[in-house]
Ligand binder design. Structure first.
Ligand code: M6R
Length: 365
């Protein structure tokens, strides 16, 4: 039921503070400030020597964000691959390899085939899945459920942030098992995660500003997104969401990669969405933003009050998010990225919940 929302997508965007809290509740003990994975583990996380993340679409981008968390917290190397390409690589399976699959539906054909391939290859297999009766949920060794509830809109929104929530908890658990995250650091990180739902509620207040600029963006033929570090996969997610439901051509780039080619596309007709929360990566991303402006490009800056106060001038619009610790920024910047795609699609009059050519669950390879 859509309730008083125009579309399932809009409803699902607004549900995120609640379903993320639900999901985190299954992985965190907020009083003890500890992480607890929900079930008995079929293998010992201390044995994990490397992690291979495999998924499709938005789930893959959740994995891309997680790769930063896992490497920095657990110091375990992470590789990421599209499920559709994975089996064509003749992957190297060694003892200590953990393959981590991510899927809202738990039925995506390519991801399922990759899961079976990894299990047959003797790897430890874990899956982050939203539908707990799905094939992947049944076949994985370790099930890490998301508690997003049914997601109806073809564009994945709440499943994505619930995947991020599970993956953040998993990264902390792995860091603990590897002796890299001590009790004080665990408490700090858990505390930060418990702040996410409230920060998401604040982030949702940017909807009006986004709706106001959507008609202008809807006139563009091409839109670029840039970000650095974990904001880079968020740029990819922004572009995927926008093209999926508004049919505007969009690409996400690592901010520093722009000058290696894509900057040639920039003129006053190609808006650039810059995802740059203030913090350690801010200055460098801002200098990439200035390169765009110097070439006549129109910029939308997504940042927090501090970032916008220092570098918001000259942008066509600035979207203000709450200031949060860099660990949790991807969970917060997901909101404007989703709202932007939604409102641009509304302005274009496309079928938001059932975009052309797409299916909710892709069960063919
Ligand atoms: O059910 P899954 O998470 O395995 O689906 C993966 C992709 O098909 C899915 O995320 C797709 O990219 C979404 N429509 C993006 O919004």
């Amino acid at each position: 039921e859509k309730g008083n929302h125009r579309h399932y997508m809009e409803k699902e965007i607004h549900e995120q503070p609640i379903v993320v809290a639900q999901t985190l509740g299954a992985y965190l003990d907020p009083l003890a400030e500890t992480v607890a994975l929900p079930r008995e583990l079929p293998f010992d996380l201390a044995d994990v020597k490397r992690v291979q993340i495999v998924a499709c679409g938005t789930a893959l981008l959740a994995g891309h964000v997680a790769s930063y968390w896992i490497e920095s917290l657990a110091r375990v190397p992470v590789a990421i691959e599209n499920a559709s390409e994975y089996r064509y690589r003749d992957p190297v399976y060694e003892p200590g390899g953990l393959c981590l699959f991510i899927s809202q539906s738990g039925e995506t054909a390519d991801t399922l085939a990759a899961l079976r391939h990894a299990a047959a290859g003797g790897q430890m297999v874990a899956a982050v899945v939203n539908v707990d009766t799905s094939t992947m949920a049944r076949e994985t060794q370790l099930l890490l459920p998301t508690h997003a509830g049914p997601e109806v809109g073809v564009a994945s929104t709440k499943a994505f942030t619930c995947q991020l929530s599970v993956l953040a908890a998993f990264a902390i658990a792995l860091g603990k098992a590897k002796g890299r995250v001590d009790a004080a650091e665990e408490a700090r990180l858990v505390h930060l995660l418990t702040e996410v739902p409230a920060a998401m509620n604040v982030a949702l207040r940017c909807e009006e500003a986004i709706a106001a600029m959507a008609p202008t963006l809807a006139k563009a033929r091409d839109i670029l997104y840039i970000g650095r570090g974990p904001d880079y996969p968020m740029a990819l997610e922004g572009a995927l969401k926008l093209k999926e439901i508004s049919y505007i051509h969009a690409e996400g780039y690592a901010a520093g990669e722009l000058k290696h080619g894509p900057i040639a596309l920039i003129d006053e007709h190609v808006p650039v969405i810059v995802i740059a929360p203030s913090g350690p990566r801010f200055e460098k991303t801002v200098s990439n933003m200035q390169e765009v402006m110097a070439r006549g490009g129109r910029v939308v800056l997504i940042s927090d009050a501090e970032g916008i106060a220092s570098h918001g001038q000259g942008s066509m619009a600035a979207i203000t998010l709450p200031t949060v610790d860099p660990f949790i920024t991807p969970l917060i910047s997901a909101i404007p990225v989703q709202l932007l795609a939604y409102h641009v699609a509304l302005a274009k009059g496309t079928d938001v919940d059932q975009p052309r050519n797409l299916a909710k669950s892709v069960t063919v390879e």
